[in-house]
Every structure is written in C-alpha cells, then in structure tokens.
Design a protein around this ligand. Structure first.
Ligand SMILES: [Zn+2]
Length: 333
C-alpha cells in the first residue's frame, strides 16, 4: 500500500505528501475520538456503554480532548421535537413513515429524496432513496416485503402525514388489500409525530456532522450511513440495548464500522486487470452494503461505486489531518 496522504476538495483529490503510516488510532487517548467518528459522532458520554450493547467494541474512555469538527458543525443544536417514550407492544405493530427532500445536491445515483420507515416498538429504521415522490409506493412495497419476510410478522398500522403522496389510490387499495390500518398526523405536531420528527432531525444533524467532518458533500450517502450506524447505537426508548437488538433479538456486531469518507484501497481481482495494472484501486468509503455484506466505495476519478469486502481503510489520515499541523496546513478548504 502506498503511504500517501490524500485530501479532498469536492471531488478533486490531490497528493499532499508521503508520510509513514502510523498507528495513531491505536493510541488509547484517541480511541474515543476514533469510535465517536465510526459511530457517526455519537455523543462521547454514550461511548462507554457500547461495550455491553454491541460486539466488536472494546472499553472506551468517557470523555475526550479537543474539539471534534463533525460534532461541532453538525450536532450543536438541541432537538426541538421530543422523542416519545411510549411504545407499541410488538415489532411492526406500528410503523412511522415520511419523506424528506428535495435535497440541494443529487446523490451519485441521481436521487433527490429519501423516505424513512421507523418501527415504533424497536425504533429500528430503514431508509430508501427516491428520484421523485412517485417512487414512494414501490419503496413501501419493498419495505413491507423485506421486514415481513424476515420477521414472519405483519405491519398492523402505518402512520404518516396526510401529504398527498401517502393518500393516493394505489396506496389506499394496497392498505385495504393487505389489512394495514392507516393513521395520519398533522405535520409539525410533536404530540402526534414526535418519533418521526425526532428521527429526521437526528439524521439530518448527524449527516451534517459526517459531511462537514470529512469535507465530502454526499448528503444522501451519508444519511444512509447514519441510519445503518444509528441502528447499532443506544436509544433511550429501548433502554440498555440497540434498536437492532430490540428488533431482531440479536446483539449486533459493530467491529466492522469505519469512518465515513476515509480513504480506502480496494482489491481488484485478477480477471479485471491486466498484468501491469495495480492490484488495488483508491477510493473513499461512503456507505455500508447490507445486502452484500461489504462496503460501498466511491472509486476516485471514475465516478463509480464499487462494493467490496476486501477493503483496506486508512483511518489514520483522518487523524493526521486534524492533529498534525504540517499536513493540516496544506489541506485545501
Ligand atoms: Zn465527532
């Protein structure tokens, strides 16, 4: 692997300087900072409890030194919507949903919206990207098939706002034929929709933290990563466990989490390269792949996304960028 520092403008990447790879992230004083970033800027006070809630995470100290740019720029406001503590009695008894967008920047796949589905009992969350609101119906059908097949349970109630997109003829026929009860809430009414408003605000704040921390304006890709990571985080509604465990009954592993936007190298198999081609490609880690159990990597210079299990992460670069002045001074803003 080349021992090279890379820095980012929007999508332009240039070489800064050769630098010996150092095990900075193994320094115990940086452990909490490392896992704060891997857990998408989860509050430092929540980090020590992770050892009991997920597999693959060691003892983490409570507290840290210095200022984290992501936490400061993305998560410095208080949630204005209360998250309801009351819960339904079982998974899929009640599902909350809404749509966010359009975003000011398209995702790499040219998506402009995202929709979330939140299981009220576990607070487990699913996110799907949309090119327009016309795709919402197909995403609802996909979500329903996915969760009902994996749990052998049925969605009983779907609660959304009364925006036209949830109240079209296709939806009404679908609800009726599937025996799903509909409930509507009035937008911006925290008493009725605190769960979904709180979640949306949390996703947006954490997404801002990710993209500003690493200087990578991939809002939807970051939002997808946030939902994946937050499902493996503590949630006050499901006390002493993660939402993933509350939904599946299985303690999740978090040992594979890595810093969003960090430089990576992916292995290129023999059959996809000629003899003199390099055996790896440089890229940026942009999201987890749940279906193929790998990492999605934005391959530099190609505007393409590869999914790979064989990924070498260079998280040290993230720390060098902030903690070593000679390299930091050369980073283009
Ligand atoms: Zn942070």
């Amino acid at each position: 692997m080349n021992n090279i520092l890379w820095s980012y403008t929007i999508f332009n990447i240039y070489k800064l300087a050769e630098h010996p790879t150092q095990a900075l992230v193994h320094d115990s004083s940086r452990l909490s900072e490392l896992w704060n970033r891997r857990f998408a800027h989860l509050h430092y006070r929540a980090l020590p409890a992770l050892k009991q809630m997920v597999l693959g995470v060691s003892d983490l100290p409570n507290g840290h030194q210095g200022v984290c740019m992501g936490c400061s720029l993305g998560k410095n406001s208080k949630h204005s919507f209360p998250s309801s503590d009351s819960r339904s009695k079982g998974i899929l008894d009640l599902v909350h949903s809404n749509v966010c967008g359009p975003m000011t920047v398209e995702s790499l796949g040219r998506f402009l919206y995202f929709t979330t589905f939140i299981d009220d009992f576990s607070r487990e969350t699913w996110i799907y990207f949309l090119k327009g609101k016309y795709e919402l119906f197909s995403k609802l059908k996909k979500f329903k098939a996915q969760v009902e097949n994996s749990t052998n349970r049925k969605i009983k109630v779907l609660r959304s706002d009364n925006g036209g997109e949830y109240n079209l003829k296709d939806f009404n026929n679908f609800y009726r034929s599937m025996g799903i009860k509909r409930e509507f809430f009035v937008p911006y009414n925290p008493q009725q929709n605190g769960v979904v408003e709180w979640k949306n605000q949390s996703i947006i704040e954490s997404t801002k933290a990710l993209i500003h921390d690493q200087g990578i304006p991939m809002f939807l890709e970051a939002a997808n990563t946030i939902v994946y990571v937050q499902n493996r985080c503590p949630h006050k509604a499901v006390k002493d466990k993660t939402t993933e465990e509350a939904f599946t009954g299985v303690k999740p592993n978090a040992g594979h989490l890595r810093i969003f936007g960090c430089p990576v190298y992916i292995h290129v198999p023999h059959e996809k390269r000629s003899k003199l081609d390099p055996s790896g490609q440089k890229g940026i880690f942009i999201r987890y792949s749940e279906t193929l159990k790998g990492y999605q990597v934005y391959v530099l210079g190609h505007r393409q996304i590869d999914i790979s299990r064989e990924v070498s992460f260079d998280e040290n670069v993230v720390f060098m960028r902030y903690h070593e002045s000679p390299a930091g001074a050369d980073v283009e803003e």
